[in-house]
Write a protein that binds this ligand. Structure first.
Ligand SMILES: Cc1ncc(COP(=O)(O)O)c(C=O)c1O
Length: 398
């Protein structure tokens, strides 16, 4: 017998959960580059702009301090948790106890990966929006949970239709995931929707995981996105995840936080303290200093302005091509209907990559209800967006 045949399989969870969408998009892009195709990537929401100098300078000082080189407290430093509680109060008017209701994360994705282990037992039911960031579904399945898709339809503003959820599902569900500003559709959730959901969570007994890494990326300065924790009663049933990744162009640094219901934060802390150590202290101190830096507000506004400019350039290009999109309120994505004649977003995105060197996110990759759309990221410089629109025009004409 061959040696390898005697070895056991890797775990069922690894075999059964599909490969990570964005790793697959990266792979297809790299293969196209290796075949000599000149690729413009509008496929992944990774800011192209650098982390602001005031964060880098703070980091340079903090990294030199020996006291920052040791393991950090599992829940994050006191300074970090207090600064985050201060931000939540200033930005959303939400009062949090930094000692019990805030925990540092190695990015929001880490929190999303660990939360299902903290909240769900095998067989428990999680409600997963569709289309969505794939981590909600896959991390819930890693925890052995059963999942039901909650469709996000264009005619409902990409909000779950709460009245369409059967009472039996609401009674059985233990957790619902939520993400506004939404990836991939760009939709925002009005406060009235969040209020209705919190009321249902109390009435039927389930928890809400609100993934909110795009809270500072929005297009109408007069109407910033909400935190679910603004809603009365949310602090008992909801946990919200935030991130420095998108706000400060810090995706590689890996820093975010979870906050909200003490019970849920404690459960996450229990899992995390067994699985990881807190984020690098120098990074925590650097972002604490960033939040109170005099240039902080202007920097964040300038990033929104940049995204607004790119969005209007992209919309001009798409409208010249006769393509239809869903008007985004926030995040940095445009959710676009497939051109006429295409039924499969995967086929469209693969043809556009191979024949025009453009990387888009196929709607189907975000769920069954993502079919019929593709996602374009605004994290690409304007000249590249203009070039991409020319290539798309050539592709559609051919
Ligand atoms: C909806 C959503 N949640 C979470 C994340 C991950 O954020 P972080 O870099 O903080 O892990 C992303 C990143 O693309 C995202 O789109």
């Amino acid at each position: 017998m061959e040696r390898e045949e005697r070895l056991p399989e890797v775990s069922r969870r690894v075999r059964e959960v599909p490969p990570y969408l964005f790793a697959e998009i990266d792979r297809a892009r790299d293969e196209a580059i290796a075949r000599g195709i000149d690729v413009i990537s509008l496929g992944i929401g990774d800011p192209d702009q650098p982390t602001p100098a005031f964060v880098i300078e703070a980091m340079a000082e903090e990294i030199a301090k020996a006291e920052n080189h040791t393991y950090s407290p599992y829940w994050g430093t006191d300074r970090f948790r207090q600064a985050v509680a201060g931000y939540m109060k200033g930005r959303f008017g939400v009062e949090l106890d930094p000692g019990k209701e805030v925990i540092a994360l190695i990015g929001a994705k880490e929190g999303l990966g660990h939360l299902p282990l903290a909240l769900l037992d095998p067989g428990d039911l999680a409600l997963i929006p569709d289309p969505a960031y794939p981590v909600y579904e896959n991390a819930s399945r890693y925890a052995g949970a059963a999942t039901i898709s909650v469709p996000l339809l264009e005619e409902n503003g990409f909000l779950p239709d709460l009245s369409a959820l059967p009472e039996s599902v609401l009674r059985t569900a233990k957790v619902i995931f939520l993400n506004y500003p939404n990836n991939p559709t760009g939709a925002l959730a009005p406060l009235s929707f969040l209020e209705e959901l919190v009321e249902l969570a109390h009435r039927f007994g389930f928890y809400i995981v609100s993934d909110n890494p795009y809270a500072e990326i929005y297009f109408d300065e007069e109407h910033p996105p909400h935190s679910i924790l603004e809603v009365e009663g949310a602090r008992e049933v909801a946990i919200e995840l935030h991130s420095f990744s998108k706000t400060f162009n810090m995706t590689g640094w890996r820093i975010g936080w979870a906050c909200g219901a003490e019970r849920l934060v404690a459960a996450l802390g229990s899992i995390k303290s067994n699985m990881d150590s807190g984020p690098f202290k120098a990074i925590q101190h650097a972002v604490v200093r960033a939040l109170s830096h005099p240039q902080c507000g202007d920097f964040i506004r300038s990033q929104r302005e940049l995204m607004r400019k790119r969005l209007s350039l992209l919309k001009e290009g798409l409208s010249r091509l006769g393509l239809r999109w869903c008007e985004p309120g926030g995040a940095f994505y445009l959710w676009v209907h497939l051109p006429e004649g295409y039924q499969s977003s995967i086929k469209f995105c693969s043809e556009v990559l191979n024949r025009a060197g453009l990387v888009f996110g196929p709607g189907r990759g975000y769920g069954v209800y993502g079919e019929g759309y593709f996602r374009i990221c605004l994290t690409t410089p304007e000249e590249k967006i203009a070039q991409a629109m020319e290539r798309l025009a050539g592709f559609l004409a051919s």
